[in-house]
Design a protein around this ligand. Structure first.
Ligand SMILES: [Zn+2]
Length: 223
């Protein structure tokens, strides 16, 4: 899953208002940040095969450290704890929001991946395989993202008009990115290239989210 992962991040922002959106964007892809890093250094393995599964070229045959269920749970609690230690606000709310956002990544992957998510070590792999039909998976991903965006915008409306526009603009950009990435993109030929491109995309979207944070800040002091 790609853009759909940002649905839970956006929804969480509506409840954990002291956590910047960009932090939740990083949390949403936290296990993929590790996955990409592990692929680049050779700890985890992926093969790039065009149209391997639906239109996805990813044969994710070995990723127990980033995408194994026990690791995903521990990694989610870890990032929740780190963010709660660093940011002001209600600790319980922050841990819950960040850890659940991070763990929702695994659940999102569970919906779309073929059975390549190990339940324990590198064994008992699961995945419901929605990516087999991109004409279903792409609307589901975009729908999840916009649902989260709408929840955020209703739960914590922007004090500025620019903030509302920036948030929805980011939503439409991400929807376009999902469509482009699934149907029109030429994929990198190597696993490392794919991992690097993923990292670049996740960092770019986190930067855009930081821009949305800035645009939605209260500008006039007092009131
Ligand atoms: Zn993933």
């Amino acid at each position: 899953m790609f853009i759909g992962h940002y649905g839970p991040a956006l929804a969480a922002k509506g409840f954990a208002k002291t956590v910047p959106l960009w932090v939740l964007f990083v949390a949403a892809q936290w296990v993929d940040f590790l996955w990409a890093t592990f692929v680049i250094v050779g700890i985890e393995k992926v093969r790039i095969i065009e149209n391997f599964f639906g239109l996805s070229p990813l044969d994710l045959y070995f990723m127990p450290y980033s995408h194994g269920l026990p690791s995903a749970i521990l990694l989610s609690l870890f990032i929740g704890g780190v963010v709660a230690a660093l940011l002001p606000g209600n600790r319980v709310v922050i841990i819950a929001a960040v850890a659940l956002t991070a763990f929702s990544h695994w659940l999102g992957d569970l919906i779309v991946h073929r059975p390549d998510l190990p339940l324990i070590f590198d064994e008992m792999k699961v995945g419901f395989g929605l990516w087999a039909n991109p004409y279903v998976s792409v609307p589901v991903e975009i729908g999840l993202m916009f649902l989260g965006l709408w929840i955020y915008d209703r739960a914590a409306p922007s004090p500025t008009r620019a903030g509302t526009i920036a948030l929805w603009a980011l939503g439409f950009f991400m929807a376009a990115l999902q469509i482009q990435n699934t149907f029109f993109a030429e994929h990198p030929a190597s696993a490392e290239g794919f991992a690097q491109l993923s990292l670049f995309g996740y960092v770019l979207l986190a930067l855009f989210a930081a821009g949305v944070d800035w645009a939605r800040k209260e500008k006039a002091p007092g009131r």
